[in-house]
Design a binder for this molecule. Structure first.
Ligand code: SF4
Length: 360
């Protein structure tokens, strides 16, 4: 574990592959770290990446740090959706710094390219990340190093500055040429697949952050699974298929309401809130859950009340309802999330605007 010269932030994107390989080409032993959370990362792909790109990769779970970041609110703001890219980089680099000793690393490698991202890869934000993560003396950005001041690693000769690069801007031509130089044929598509940059996922995640008192990693995983409905601060997640139900079984907490139809096939649903559910909210939730069972809907149309078993803290009771899709429980919308997110923005100078996605 202590035999590495450096550790590299590894998202799985092309820049992160090239940055690690470029430093490895100087004969340096590099351990790549793939950070993951409910919002980004593909730990299941690590074995493939190791083989395909000739890298040595460990995974690092930053879920807890990331949820803490969202709860306190990103100091550098959100991007085009719920992506706090600058603060995200600070979280990852801070964690990387903590892990240096474990690997015996003398520096951290990052694949950022000056001017490539409108939010986190401007010169001022690159400097802010380096400063706020406390990595000023150990951070090497090999793909754009020649456009930045020399680092202590270059000044001491630990890394040969002449063999580093000066990539700049959003184009991929230079990266593709370097990939060819390394014999890399499987080129990842641009964009790291971070869910926080996507409207569909922001509409799922934002109510968790804005309507629960103390959001947790578990909450964000639940928000990422199945159909999502909110009525004020009552939250109902309805499974779409067996796979969702299996995830719900894993995520369910004793304080949750667990909804299951009696005598009819239908979805599993989880009710969650920071406050106690009242009888009316339970009835409305049960009616909506039952509306996803065609047989229960048919029974309801024939005038039969449908039973839904509600379990909480080991106690069960059955509510009798008519299945009803029209409900005060509504799916959260991107537009509502966007309006609340944008209201949090500080008035931006023209040069400061964060109007684009900032995929790692
Ligand atoms: S897009 Fe990348 S930098 Fe931005 S929040 Fe997501 S993982 Fe972090």
């Amino acid at each position: 574990m202590k035999n590495y010269d450096g550790i590299a932030l590894f998202s799985g994107g092309l820049d992160s592959i090239l940055a690690a390989r470029l430093v490895m080409e100087q004969g340096k032993a590099i351990k790549c770290l793939h950070f993951f959370s409910p919002f980004f990362g593909h730990p299941g792909r690590v074995a493939h990446w190791c083989k395909e790109y000739g890298l040595d990769i460990d995974t690092v779970d930053v879920s807890a740090e990331f949820v803490e970041l969202l709860k306190r609110g990103p100091a550098h703001g959100y991007g085009s959706a719920m992506n706090p890219c600058v603060d995200c980089k600070i979280v990852m680099m801070t964690r990387a710094r903590e892990l240096m000793d474990k690997y015996g690393a003398k520096f951290i490698v990052s694949g950022e390219v000056l001017g490539q991202r409108p939010m986190s890869q401007r010169r001022d934000t690159l400097n802010a990340i380096r400063r706020d993560a406390g990595v000023r003396d150990v951070l090497l950005r090999p793909l754009c190093a020649k456009l930045l001041d020399p680092t202590p690693m270059e000044e001491s000769g630990l890394v040969d500055r002449e063999k580093l690069l000066g990539f700049n801007g959003r184009g991929r031509k230079d990266q593709l040429a370097l990939a060819e130089h390394f014999g890399i044929t499987e080129i990842p598509t641009p964009g790291g697949g971070c869910k926080l940059t996507e409207k569909e996922n922001t509409r799922r995640f934002w109510p968790v952050l804005s309507r629960l008192d103390v959001p947790t990693v578990n909450d964000f995983r639940l928000a990422d699974t199945g159909r999502q409905f909110w009525m004020g601060d009552f939250w109902l997640a309805v499974g779409r298929h067996k796979y969702d139900n299996e995830i719900y079984a894993d995520l369910q907490q004793s304080s949750d309401l667990h909804f299951k139809l009696v005598g009819f096939p239908g979805p599993i649903a989880i009710g969650r809130s920071s406050r106690a559910w009242d009888a009316e909210a339970v009835q409305k939730a049960a009616a909506l859950v039952a509306s996803y069972s065609p047989k229960a809907v048919k029974a309801g149309e024939e005038g039969t009340l449908v039973g839904v078993r509600v379990t909480q803290n080991g106690q069960q009771h059955i509510v009798h309802i008519t299945p009803r899709r029209e409900s005060d429980f509504a799916e959260p919308t991107w537009e509502a999330a966007r309006d609340e997110l944008y209201a949090l923005r500080k008035p931006a100078k023209k040069s400061d605007e964060q109007t684009d996605s900032d995929q790692a």
